[in-house]
Ligand binder design. Structure first.
Ligand code: PCA
Length: 321
C-alpha cells in the first residue's frame, strides 16, 4: 500500500512537471528602461497567478536574442514570447512604419487614439506571422539631441543623424541630414567616436545612455510617440489551458496600463533630469517647428501612398476619434 501511495505521488509530480511550461522572453532594451520594467512586472504577474503552470523568464537588453532577430525568433518558435520596437518592423508592413511618422500624434492622448485606430491592422499583420499582440506601451515623445543650438533645419544640414527604423532614416533624409543606423546599445559610443552628430529620441533614452556625457543640446520638438510591443507565438498560446490564457491576458492589460502611465510620467521626469545634468533644454523655434511639421505632412502623404486603402482606413478612424 505504501508503495502505491509513493508511486501515485511520483506520477503526480511527473505529470504536473510536464504540464508546467517555461517561456523565454527576450527584450531589446536594458533593465534601466521602463519597457523592461513593465515586461518584468508582466512576467512576475503571470508567474505568480498561473500557480506554477507557466514561468516566464525575461532576458533583457538583447542578452538572449538581439533586437533585429526577436520578431523572427518568436515567429519560428525559437522562443515563445518577445518584445520589439514597433517601427523597427517597418519593412515588413507599412502599419509598423506608422508608429514612427512624425507630427501625426504628438501628445499621449493622440497617441492612444492612433494606437486604437491602428490596432486592428497591427493585430492582423502580427497574425499573418502567427503572432498575437499582448500589449504595446509608449516611449515619451521624440526630441532632438544636437551639439549646438538648432534654430532651423540649416543648422543640421549635412550632419550625421542617428536612425533606428526605416521611417527615421527617411526623416533624416528629409531633414537634410545623413541617416546612420545605430542601435541603442551603441549610441553613447557612436557620439564619442563622431559616427553620429545628432539624434531624435526620447528624454528617457538620453537618461538611460547618460547623454549629458556626450551631447549638449536638447530641443523639445515632441515629434511622435513610438511604442514597443509584446507578442506571443499564437500556436504556443493556444496550447495553454484557458485559465492560464486568462492570466496572461489580464497581466497584459495591466502591463499596457502601467506602460502608458509610465510613459506620461517619464516624459516629464526624464526631461527634468537632462536639465539637472546640465543639458541645454530649449523649445523649438517657430522656423524649426514649421519646417519639421511640413516634413511630417510629406511623410504622412508618403505613408498613405504606400499603405493604400488600409492606411486610409486607419487615418480616417484616427481623425474621427
Ligand atoms: N528610445 C528608443 C526608441 C525610441 C526611444 O525613445 C531608442 O532610441 O532606441
Amino acid at each position: 500500500m505504501k508503495k502505491l501511495v509513493w508511486l501515485t505521488a511520483l506520477l503526480t509530480s511527473i505529470s504536473s512537471a510536464s504540464f508546467a511550461d517555461n517561456w523565454d522572453m527576450p527584450t531589446p532594451y536594458g533593465d534601466g528602461t521602463h519597457h523592461t520594467q513593465v515586461a518584468k512586472s508582466f512576467a512576475e504577474e503571470v508567474n505568480e497567478k498561473s500557480g506554477g503552470k507557466l514561468t516566464i523568464k525575461v532576458h533583457s537588453g538583447g542578452s538572449l536574442i538581439k533586437h533585429p532577430e526577436i520578431h523572427r525568433a518568436v515567429k519560428t518558435r525559437q522562443v515563445q514570447i518577445g518584445e520589439v520596437f514597433v517601427g523597427r518592423l517597418g519593412n515588413i508592413d507599412p502599419v509598423f512604419k506608422l508608429d514612427n511618422i512624425p507630427f501625426l500624434a504628438t501628445d499621449f492622448d493622440s497617441a492612444e487614439k492612433l494606437y486604437k485606430a491602428s490596432k486592428p491592422a497591427l493585430n492582423k499583420q502580427l497574425e499573418n506571422d502567427g503572432l498575437m499582440l499582448l500589449y504595446a506601451a509608449p516611449w515619451p515623445a521624440q526630441d532632438l539631441y544636437s551639439n549646438k543650438p538648432v534654430n532651423s533645419l540649416d543648422d543640421l544640414a549635412g550632419l550625421k543623424m542617428r536612425a533606428y527604423s526605416p521611417t527615421t532614416s527617411r526623416l533624416a533624409d528629409l531633414m537634410g541630414t545623413t541617416p546612420v543606423n545605430i542601435p541603442f546599445s551603441d549610441v553613447a559610443q557612436a557620439f564619442t567616436t563622431n559616427a553620429v552628430d545628432a539624434m531624435v529620441t526620447s528624454p528617457s533614452t538620453g537618461v538611460n545612455s547618460q547623454s549629458w556625457d556626450y551631447i549638449s543640446h536638447f530641443t523639445t520638438i515632441s515629434a511622435w510617440i513610438p511604442k514597443n510591443m509584446m507578442f506571443v507565438n499564437k500556436k504556443i498560446f493556444d496550447r495553454l489551458d484557458s485559465d492560464t490564457q486568462k492570466v496572461i491576458l489580464t497581466a497584459a492589460a495591466n502591463a499596457e496600463k502601467k506602460g502608458w502611465e509610465l510613459g506620461r510620467q517619464l516624459a516629464v521626469e526624464h526631461t527634468n533630469i537632462l536639465k539637472e545634468k546640465g543639458m541645454i533644454v530649449a523649445e523649438p523655434s517657430q522656423a524649426l517647428d514649421s519646417s519639421l511639421r511640413e516634413i511630417g505632412a510629406t511623410m504622412v502623404n508618403e505613408w498613405l501612398d504606400e499603405s493604400g486603402a488600409d492606411g486610409k482606413t486607419i487615418i480616417d478612424a484616427y481623425k474621427s476619434m
